[in-house]
Design a protein around this ligand. Structure first.
Ligand SMILES: [Zn+2]
Length: 152
């Protein structure tokens, strides 16, 4: 299927920090909790083929969250990207989105993949590499996409 082919496992190394990891852990969808979601912010080092996650936004009051769906509606996510971009002199930028799934080992739904492809198309003139993260109740999975526009 076309949409699945567009998400490549590009073998990019991903580096997160303890703050981000424990934040993801704190939103794990155990019990009857709703999905959580946010932006991933950081940079890409082409020479090391490495995505460095600096920070992630956390759910805001205007986000729409149910047991099996989420919509990022709160303006805080975009504002955090602008802040990070300005205070890092343009190094730190939007990388993608993270969200939770109420399953032990998460896998992306068709809605997830369509959404990711949409985000890639919207941002591929400025973002060299993308990262999408699904936090399951036991495992966190990473999906990376290398933008060929920046790879030549
Ligand atoms: Zn999902």
């Amino acid at each position: 299927m076309f949409v699945n082919e567009l998400i490549l496992q590009a073998n990019i190394e991903v580096k997160t920090n303890d703050k981000v990891s424990s934040m993801w852990k704190s939103y794990r969808q155990t019990g009857s909790r709703r999905e959580a979601c946010g932006f991933i912010i950081g940079g890409y080092e082409a020479s090391n083929n490495l995505i460095i996650v600096d920070q992630c936004t956390t759910p805001g009051i205007k986000d729409i969250r149910t047991r099996y769906t989420y919509k990022l509606k709160d303006p805080k996510h975009h504002a955090a990207v602008v802040n990070a971009y300005n205070s890092s002199g343009g190094y730190s930028n939007f990388l993608g989105v993270w969200h939770t799934h109420p399953e032990r080992i998460p896998s992306p739904s068709d809605i997830d993949i369509n959404g990711w492809n949409h985000l890639i198309k919207e941002n591929d003139s400025i973002i060299p590499a993308f990262l999408f993260v699904i936090v399951g109740t036991e495992k966190t999975n990473f999906y990376t996409y290398l933008n060929e526009r920046f790879n030549g």
